[in-house]
Design a protein around this ligand. Structure first.
Ligand SMILES: [Zn+2]
Ligand SMILES: [Zn+2]
Length: 943
């Protein structure tokens, strides 16, 4: 069998379909991993890297005396499978294979992934021939020709990838551990340091410092408004910016009519078609459409994997001669871009444009197959369209602008106006993503005199340099040789998730800044791009087999040891510096309750976070926050005007941040609704409470009544009433929160249906606890957007949970409750419809225990407890009772339950009491008693 190993499952499937050439492909799943077979060939997809480099066991312990952060530099590494199912299936297939072809992505990372697969195969099969197929697009043409001309694995290229992998691990792990331990940080709070990450962060921090130290300078701009016919025309003073206010004012004062046209300069300007996309220019263009870098790359990779565009990780901006440009145009002709394609074919430039970067690995990003919006969805189609249109633009003619410059004289002061008209639209006709703004000027001739409508002098300020946007930073990283086309966007995403930077354009957070500044001060090699640039050169040398991996890694080790020498000498200072300056990042301001402590965000073990006072336990004021699952709480720069506290924001990877705002405003508003439910709390009283720092029902319940009476200026009995009402409210809130939790656990999330709205609708219908939910009408739930099916299940679950709770309250232990439940008993009332002996049989709980439980339940329900009897007695009574006319099977148990043992017992019983105990109407009981009496009398006569 011929086994083909692709980089991902989706590419394995496409490669099989293409190579099968119309023959049937069979998909088979083994342990969750798919394979695709046709004839004697099978493809299998990896999940990128299926093994990972890690340190030998022992190094995982951060506090180990033996394995210090520095020891990580020289630690031995091992490869650990991360995708065990794929690894084991790959090895199983490798044992039977007659030939293996590695068909992973064609770049350093792909070569390394292929080499990892090769090592796994060789471990189980020493002899099978292994070759390598290389392609830049998953299209029939590329794939077929790649498999006709397979080569060997490029071990030098893979080696370069391995070198980067081990160097990144060694730098990242050892430095992160050293700095985090020094600053006494662990768990979710570690301070990550990385070979590419840290110099990138330093660029963002440095830019922020430039902005802060920027001193704006004032300047003045002089403008003049005139008119030709109906058209208004704005002109500027030829001097541009005036640095000197007096000079600007003089120029303004000298400006006088007549305004005379002194010169009209006409010209043309060529506007060259853009060059083909490489990864960076693609990211920049996608950012203009609103796609963050990491997002754009993820979508581009999907488009590649599905055969719509070529490989999106490329540094090349020159189409190779072998690329079939005509073929691509022909294919796109049948797409929605058909008309634009026809236009390009008709107006095609003699040679396509070319950029400055040229490499031979991959062509620039270009479309490989037509696609529709329906097939791709809006986002993917937007980026696909961008790639298609860019491709068309590179083949379209240059645009031509007609430029016009008019010079004026007004009392000796010179003014100008410039305009431009797109004479030949050229590539702009097919590429609407770059602005082509036209400015029309009225036709004037030299010597013409125009009126002055107004003269304006504007005072302006010079602006600080702009913060980096993601796409700008990626461009800058490329210029500095930081990271690779495949990793740059990931590095930025990492800086955000580590909470080192926020926003786009990016700003450093306090932690990001403190860590960078501390490292800059003590070991600046880590924060400068030089070391990383050197590694890129070394990688190139490994690729060209001029140096070995071991050699490069050894040199990197030496550099890292040197950095450690510097860092360890100042370890204490760095740690204290970071610790001292970052504690501040959690402080929100003075505690409003005690007035002396500081309110700060506290992160506890697990998911808990809240805001508390530094004077705890003397001051117990605190504000609850949502668990960290909803976002990690951080301070923002915004300060509440009323409470002078910094705002709080919850940040979560891959989600929009959740702005809590001023924590006290949030605290007050989130408790207002429940406070207003307290009957005797008027809005006026509520306002008074707020000034006394009473914000919640619990605050009221906890207060000393005497103190509260004075604070609110109320008689003590009214305060006592208020406290009682607050306690009732707290109980209600607790029930509601249980109900909310219950719904979250039992109602699957659905798009367009938030739990908040569901709860609101239910609350309006009077359903705010689980017992009410158990009795709810499914129609009400439907109004809350819950389907009939879901309502049935939720109500069922509520009943069960309600029953479990009442059984627990009654004193029945959980294991028995479970058994009863399995026997069909779902409420205490249900319990009484069964005779204890019957229930014992059904549930497997011993008769004695059931009797004991029945006693408890009946007492709880205020019903007579069933009399104890043996199984034999039970059967006998049943038989006897059934012989009586009027008694039917369903009445037996209630009667037994009510204490009737046989016919005699029935006669003795008081009809009223028996009716109450059994639930059988008193009329019916009287009838039965009469029938028993008749039978008895007739039998007496017979004797
Ligand atoms: Zn306090
Ligand atoms: Zn506030």
């Amino acid at each position: 069998m011929h086994v083909i190993v692709a980089e991902k499952n989706i590419s394995a499937r496409r490669i099989a379909q293409i190579l099968a050439g119309g023959k049937h492909v069979t998909e088979k799943k083994e342990g969750g991993v798919s394979t695709y077979t046709f004839g004697n060939t099978m493809t299998i997809g990896l999940r990128g890297h299926v093994v990972e480099v890690d340190f030998e066991p022992g190094y995982q312990n951060w506090r180990s005396e033996q394995y210090t952060p520095r020891s990580l530099i020289d630690a031995k590494t091992i490869k650990v499978p991360t995708e065990k199912k794929i690894v084991s299936l790959l090895q199983k297939l490798a044992k039977q294979a007659e030939r293996v072809t590695i068909a992973t992505d064609f770049d350093t990372e792909g070569e390394l992934i292929g080499k990892e697969a090769f090592d796994l195969i060789r471990a189980v099969n020493k002899d099978v021939p292994v070759d390598r197929a290389r392609f830049s697009a998953i299209t029939p043409q590329e794939i077929n020709s790649a498999f006709l001309r397979t080569t060997g694995i490029d071990f030098a290229l893979a080696s370069a990838g391995e070198a980067r992998q081990s160097i990144d691990l060694m730098w990242g792990a050892s430095l992160t551990r050293l700095i985090s331990l020094a600053a006494r940080r662990g768990g979710q709070n570690i301070l990550s340091v990385g070979r590419v990450q840290t110099p990138t962060l330093a660029m963002i921090v440095d830019r922020e410092k430039e902005i802060e130290s920027f001193v704006p300078e004032k300047y003045w701009q002089l403008g003049l408004l005139t008119r030709k016919g109906d058209e208004l025309l704005e002109t500027r003073h030829a001097n541009g910016r005036f640095r000197d206010k007096a000079a600007a004012e003089q120029a303004r004062d000298r400006t006088k009519e007549p305004l005379v046209v002194t010169e009209v300069k006409e010209g043309t300007k060529a506007d060259r078609s853009p060059s083909p996309f490489d990864t960076t220019s693609f990211i920049v263009a996608a950012a203009r459409l609103g796609f963050p870098a990491a997002n754009a790359m993820r979508i581009a990779e999907d488009l590649y994997m599905n055969g719509y565009i070529s490989y999106p990780r490329t540094d090349n901006t020159v189409y190779p001669a072998t690329l079939d440009l005509d073929g691509i145009l022909q294919a796109l002709r049948r797409s929605v871009f058909g008309r634009d394609v026809e236009w390009v074919i008709a107006n095609r430039r003699p040679v396509p444009t070319r950029g400055k970067k040229f490499s031979t690995d991959h062509p620039p990003i270009h479309p490989t197959a037509p696609a529709t919006r329906d097939a791709l969805g809006d986002n993917a189609f937007a980026l696909y369209e961008l790639v298609v249109r860019r491709f068309l633009a590179t083949l379209a003619p240059d645009a031509q602008w007609k430029t016009l410059k008019i010079l004026f004289d007004a009392g000796g002061e010179e003014y100008t106006a410039t305009g431009g008209i797109l004479l030949v639209p050229g590539w702009h006709a097919v590429y609407p993503f770059s602005e082509a703004k036209e400015t029309l000027l009225p036709a004037v001739s030299v010597g013409e005199r125009l009126p002055i409508r107004s003269v304006t002098l504007e005072e302006k300020e010079t602006q600080p340099p702009a913060r980096y946007t993601q796409s700008r930073l990626i461009q800058r990283m490329e210029e500095l040789g930081l990271g690779t086309k495949s990793t740059r966007h990931e590095v930025l995403a990492k800086l955000v998730s580590r909470k080192y930077v926020e926003g786009n354009p990016m700003r450093p957070t306090l932690v990001g800044r403190v860590v960078t500044e501390s490292l800059e001060q003590h070991a600046d090699t880590i924060t400068k791009p030089g070391m990383t640039q050197a590694l890129e050169d070394h990688m190139q040398q490994i690729k060209e087999s001029k140096r070995t991996r071991e050699d490069v890694v050894r040199e990197s080790r030496q550099m890292l040891h040197a950095a450690f020498d510097q860092l360890e000498a100042h370890e204490r200072a760095i740690g204290d510096d970071i610790l001292g300056r970052t504690a501040e990042e959690l402080n929100l301001g003075t505690c409003p309750v005690c007035g002396t402590g500081t309110l700060a965000i506290k992160h506890m073990r697990g998911q808990t976070q809240f805001i508390g006072c530094s004077r705890y336990p003397e001051c117990t004021f605190n504000i609850g926050l949502p668990v960290t699952q909803w976002g990690w709480a951080v301070r923002t720069d915004e300060v509440c005007k009323k409470h002078h506290l910094n705002s709080v924001r919850l940040v979560r990877k891959g989600a929009r941040p959740w702005d809590i705002g001023c924590p006290l405003c949030h605290h007050i508003s989130s408790n207002r609704e429940s406070l207003l439910e307290i009957p005797s709390l008027t809005p006026a009283l509520l306002a008074t409470l707020e000034t006394r720092h009473i914000y919640t029902a619990a605050d009221i319940a906890r207060s000393q009544p005497e103190w509260l009476a004075t604070a609110l200026d109320l008689p003590l009995d009214r305060v006592a009433g208020l406290v009682r009402e607050a306690e009732a409210e707290i109980a209600l809130l607790k029930k509601r929160s249980e109900c909310r939790k219950f719904l979250r656990n039992h109602l699957a999330p659905r798009r367009g249906r938030s739990y908040a709205t569901v709860l609101k609708v239910l609350k309006e219908a009077g359903i705010s606890d689980i017992p009410a939910l158990a009795r709810a009408d499914p129609a009400v739930l439907k109004r809350a957007g819950i389907s009939e099916e879901e309502a049935k299940s939720v109500i069922g679950e509520a009943r069960e949970s309600d029953a479990i709770k009442s059984f627990k309250k009654i004193g029945i232990p959980a294991p028995s409750i479970k058994k009863y439940h399995a026997a069909g008993v779902s409420s205490p009332e249900d319990f009484c419809t069964y005779h204890p002996l019957v229930l014992s049989e059904k549930s497997g709980v011993s008769p004695d225990t059931v009797y004991r439980h029945a006693d408890l339940v009946c007492r709880y329900l205020n019903r007579p407890s069933p009399k104890k009897m043996t199984r034999l007695q039970l059967e006998k009574s049943k038989k006897e009772l059934l012989t009586i006319r009027g008694i039917t099977e369903p009445m037996i148990i209630p009667l037994l339950q009510a204490g009737v043992v046989g016919a005699a017992g029935l006669l003795d019983a008081d009809a009223q009491a028996l009716a109450a105990g059994s639930g059988i109407p008193v009329q019916k009981i009287a009838e039965i008693q009469a029938s028993v009496r008749r039978k008895k009398e007739s039998s007496v006569i017979q004797i």
